[in-house]
Design a protein around this ligand. Structure first.
Ligand SMILES: [Zn+2]
Length: 563
């Protein structure tokens, strides 16, 4: 597809069409499978991208990528498809991409929650948080305001209603904006602001907004620090209770070759890393330093800052996020997991150094003006809609207007989408390339006597990360060491060393000091990234001997030679 073709959002059927197209055009690089079904029975697709001619995906280190677990966060799906396109079309011309597909794998789930996304992409969108399974209750609320496009223009905006006790008033210098009424102020014209919608069982006096019937948050349902609904909104019935979440857990747990992962969300323009629920002090220091290095590269390539979710991305200063996917990747699987929040309307509008969620609690009026000016000039006025009169069937004369968030705040407007997601392809390829990778550096056969040989194999981890990836994985006993094996032909005999030898983990370069001036003043680069295995065999000259080395994360290497 051309670059411009990524300036759009994909429906369920359009994703299928795009994936079918890639499978037809690039069968040597792409396989698509279904790893589960959504609550409403839609397929959850998984795209495997590697050069299958250089080996099976299971024998190579892998990187996980997914998107759209939250219904309206559609930009990530396009970012996944853009990466797939980039990989297959640049193989052979880009050295990094060629090396990446020859030696490594991407597992890409472009849409985790197809049910919620279809609602967001409908002609009259319904914006729900995540899955569509009714939760925590089956029934609709008996009364209250339910958001709805009341005037049939395809948008669900805000309603402002004149009310002497309202908390808002019209801004004197920019009448399109509302500002907070002063604490002791009376005597003006004040407004109450509610979502555009219909009030069920309206008593003519009170309006409340009940929680949506679709109260799940699939990204709070992962079995890592999972907390029940009383402590974590949207958590689900039990850890991993939702079938979309089960599909991811099953696939990732069964693919131990996965060394890192990114889940695309929107918005905020930030790279979030674990933990969400506790401070950096509790993370193994080597893992923290490595996370910081990977994040710094992400910032260099995408312009997005890299932060700890616990420190800088909390919805409430006294509450932590639990059951999140990236925490599960790191905490339970021992791999480097991230949440990439695509798109920042604030940054687009020229607001410097804004603080993600904190900004919504408090920010200067100047920032609202900047956003308004940005909507006027860059979004053709379609982001912020000036208030207009509407005859509400229940409330009488109200005004509709304010931010139309789906393609201004929550996702880039389509024409800005490709340029926003493009830099991620570089970071993801880089992140995959830093993973561990086993190679057989050398095999030696030394003749000791007439038909007796010593076979020596030198195995090396050529990656930057150690074979185990994280200290967390080691601490939790999640990874087995390197396994070296020899296979002899009929008639040959192993006389020394077991045919299968477990030789432990291999270090990478990631945990080395950043300078050769170590604490003792000198560097000491031992060969802890290599291991030697030895066998003694009796075999005829001309016999074909096979040796191999494999590691659950670092892949498989194999050599055969003639004596
Ligand atoms: Zn999200």
């Amino acid at each position: 597809m051309t670059k411009e073709e990524f300036n759009r959002y994909f429906t369920y059927h359009q994703i299928k069409e795009a994936l079918d197209g890639y499978v037809r055009a690039y069968p040597q690089f792409i396989k698509v499978e279904e790893i589960g079904k959504s609550y409403e029975g839609r397929a959850i697709w998984l795209v495997t991208v590697t050069n299958f001619e250089t080996g099976d995906d299971r024998d190579k280190p892998a990187f996980w990528l997914d998107a759209n677990i939250h219904s309206a966060e559609l930009a990530g799906t396009t970012a996944c498809l853009y990466l797939i396109d980039n990989l297959v079309t640049n193989y052979g011309t880009s050295p990094d991409i060629s090396r990446c597909l020859d030696t490594r794998v991407f597992y890409i789930c472009p849409r985790v929650n197809p049910d919620g996304a279809e609602l967001a992409l409908a002609d009259v969108p319904r914006l729900i948080r995540s899955g569509t399974r009714p939760y925590p209750y089956q029934e609709d609320a008996t009364a209250g305001l339910v958001p709805e496009d009341m005037d049939g223009d395809g948008r669900v905006l805000s309603m402002r209603i004149k009310d002497d006790h309202g908390p808002w008033k019209i801004c004197e210098t920019e009448p399109r904006l509302l500002v907070a009424r002063e604490p002791a102020e009376i005597g003006g014209t004040y407004y109450r602001v509610l979502p555009e919608g219909r009030i069920h069982n309206y008593d003519g006096l009170t309006i409340h907004v009940p929680p949506a019937k679709e109260g799940l948050d699939l990204n709070r349902n992962f079995p890592s620090e999972w907390k029940p609904e009383s402590e974590q909104k949207g958590a689900g019935s039990y850890p991993g209770s939702e079938q979309e979440v089960q599909a991811l857990i099953r696939f990732i747990a069964e693919h131990k070759n996965i060394c890192g992962g990114v889940a695309f969300h929107s918005y905020s323009g930030v790279l979030l890393r674990p933990y969400s629920f506790k401070s950096d002090d509790t993370m193994p220091a080597e893992d923290l330093w490595t996370y910081q290095k990977i994040g710094a590269k992400g910032t260099e390539l995408t312009g997005y800052p890299s932060v700890s979710a616990f420190k800088e991305f909390q919805y409430h200063p006294q509450k932590v996020i639990s059951g999140a996917f990236d925490d599960w990747l790191y905490e339970e699987q021992g791999i480097y997991g991230w949440t990439a929040e695509l798109w920042s309307p604030q940054r687009q509008a020229g607001i410097e150094n804004y603080k993600y969620i904190d900004w919504y609690r408090d920010h200067p009026l100047e920032d609202d003006r900047k956003l308004l000016a940005w909507s006027d000039s860059m979004l053709g006025g379609q982001g912020y809609i000036d208030w207009y009169e509407f005859d509400h069937p229940q409330l009488g004369k109200v005004e509709l207007g304010g931010w139309n968030p789906l393609f201004s705040f929550w996702n880039p407007p389509p024409e800005m989408l490709q340029q926003e997601i493009a830099p991620f392809a570089n970071w993801l390829v880089w992140h995959n390339l830093i993973g561990p990778r086993l190679e057989i550096q050398e095999v030696k056969a030394e003749s000791l006597a007439y038909d007796t040989y010593r076979i020596q194999m030198l195995v090396v981890n050529s990656g930057w990360l150690p074979s185990y990836c994280t200290k967390q994985a080691l601490n939790r006993n999640l990874v087995r060491g390197v396994v070296c094996e020899i296979q002899l032909p009929e008639g040959a005999q192993l006389i020394g060393g077991p045919d299968r030898q477990e030789v432990g983990q291999l270090e990478g370069r990631a945990y080395k000091n950043p300078s050769i001036i170590g604490w003792a003043g000198i560097s000491s680069d031992t060969t802890d990234d290599r291991v030697k295995t030895e066998w003694f065999i009796r075999a005829k000259t001309g016999s074909v001997i096979e040796v191999s080395a494999r590691h659950e994360r670092a892949g498989k290497a194999h050599k055969s030679f003639v004596l």
